[in-house]
Design a binder for this molecule. Structure first.
Ligand SMILES: Nc1ncnc2c1ncn2[C@@H]1O[C@H](COP(=O)(O)OP(=O)(O)O)[C@@H](O)[C@H]1O
Ligand SMILES: N[C@@H](CC(=O)OP(=O)(O)O)C(=O)O
Length: 439
């Protein structure tokens, strides 16, 4: 039996945290493959090492002196090494990094050093073999992840080592250039490793006792979720529940490996089980709520749009031409609304509007910015009548204006659009109606 364990930055931010992690790994000999993130925040005001590396490399690109910030990063690692009483020096590694920075090795190379160095420390601390992710995690030339090559190379490599540390977050392009996943991507590495070694379980250790019904930064002490399906989880993590990267479910899902979200600071808590399917009914109709701010709605009106073949395609081409992906697309008889990410859209809005006019010849186009989207997710919603009604009445009671509602055809989620300012009150109102009052 093999368990793959991934520890997030919050679990590895200091020597004290490392020691907790060491105990967790030693407590179960099945925990054979370890995927560490870079050191995270030690307190609310602290900076993640990954962010320090991005800032440091911005200086490199601006041809400014980067030595002091790089030494601050080295200090973070030295503090951990000294706190653990390890006989390990990162002197040579930092010389190499400094050289590579001068030679403009790239922003992904810079960011990846956070996990790389933490992996070296972790391997030394545990007495495990260190396997550089650049040798086993492959990306194709165009930057997409090469799942099959990685799975083969990684499986062969790990078969040869009984216990190993594989740093998270990065891999390499065919020419050896380092490439990272998007932020939070160590979760993906852990999932890839779990698939490659046919793990019985992928444990993802963080600083909360599992997936909670809502973001604990918005709802005080939200209820934990005991069991959640991969599909529900993907909906929630895509919509902002940052515990697990939204793409981390794919590799393990293919192999039917469950994910167990656990708390490094409360290792006896059972945490959340993420599974393919379950007969376990959640106590509430909903499984979870998540959301994101910063959307724009593009409302397009045209009389008789419903009977015009190809209208939707023409509108979407206008976004495609400008390389903008859309998030949601609720529609009526004579109206169609496209939700896009505000930062992606700003700067291109006039180009998109004129492309819509050129391609689809609408009667009018209206934009509304500063919107938030909230996803209410749950496998139990399908079999419960009146879920949407409860959401609306909760929001009406809280005086919140609902700008959009979109129910996925799987009835697994309902997406609600509100103004950015109403985001937190809306989540509280929905949480209260389903969890606190259980009406
Ligand atoms: N629904 C949720 N359940 C639990 N945590 C959540 C949720 N939504 C957001 N979070 C936040 O996610 C954090 C854990 O994810 P992350 O910061 O990536 O941890 P790590 O450093 O372990 O990778 C929690 O501390 C919490 O603030
Ligand atoms: N260190 C990277 C990758 C990562 O997954 O980190 P964490 O596990 O702390 O979210 C980041 O900050 O994006």
């Amino acid at each position: 039996m093999i368990k793959v364990v991934k520890f997030g930055g919050s679990s590895l931010a200091s020597a004290e945290q490392f020691a907790k992690v060491g105990k967790i790994i030693q407590a179960d000999k099945e925990r054979r493959y370890v995927v560490p993130s870079a050191p995270g925040k030690r307190n609310a005001k602290d900076t993640k090492v990954t962010d320090m590396l991005y800032a440091c490399y911005a200086l490199v690109e601006a041809e400014e002196d980067f030595r002091v910030p790089l030494m601050k990063i080295k200090d973070r690692y030295d503090t951990i090494i000294n706190g653990l009483n390890l006989k390990l020096s990162l002197e040579e590694e930092f010389k190499k990094i400094s050289e590579n920075f001068k030679n403009k090795a790239g922003v992904d190379y810079a960011a990846s050093r956070g996990e790389y160095l933490n992996g070296i420390i972790m391997a030394n601390y545990l007495g495990y073999e260190f396997v550089d992710a650049a040798e086993v995690i492959s990306f194709e030339e165009d930057g997409t992840f090469d799942a099959e090559k990685t799975n083969k190379v990684l499986a062969e490599r790990l078969e040869k080592c009984e216990r190993a540390v594989i740093p998270g977050f990065y891999g390499a392009l065919p020419d050896g250039t380092i490439k990272t996943f998007s932020r939070g991507g160590s979760d993906i590495t852990g999932s890839i490793v779990a698939r490659a070694v046919h793990a019985t379980c992928y444990e993802n250790w963080t600083d909360v006792s599992g997936f909670l019904i809502a973001d604990p930064r918005i709802i005080k002490d939200p209820q934990p979720i005991k069991t959640i399906t991969y599909r529900e989880l993907r909906e929630l993590s895509y919509m902002g529940a940052s515990v697990l990267h939204e793409d981390a479910v794919f590799p393990v899902r293919k192999a039917g490996i469950p994910i167990n979200i656990r708390n490094t600071n409360a290792p006896d808590d059972e945490g959340t089980w993420i599974v393919e399917s379950t007969c376990h009914q959640s106590k509430y109709t909903i499984t979870g709520i998540a959301g994101k701010k910063g959307f724009v709605s593009v409302n397009i009106d045209k009389d008789m749009m419903n009977s015009e073949v190809g209208f939707g395609r023409k509108v979407l081409s206008a976004f495609e031409e400008n390389n903008i992906s859309f998030e949601h697309m609720p529609s009526g008889i004579d109206t169609m609304t496209i939700f896009v990410h505000q930062p992606e859209f700003e700067g291109k809005e006039q180009a998109v509007i004129s492309a819509i006019h050129r391609l689809a010849k609408p009667d009018s186009i209206e934009l509304e910015g500063d919107l938030a989207l909230i996803a209410v997710v749950g496998r139990g919603m399908k079999s419960t009548r009146g879920t949407a009604g409860r959401i609306f009445s909760a929001l009406a009671h809280a005086n919140i204006n609902v700008k959009m509602i979109d129910q996925g055809s799987s009835e697994l989620n309902i997406i609600i659009g509100v103004s950015n300012a109403d985001f937190e009150p809306a989540i509280r109102a929905i949480y209260d109606i389903f969890v606190e009052t259980q009406l």
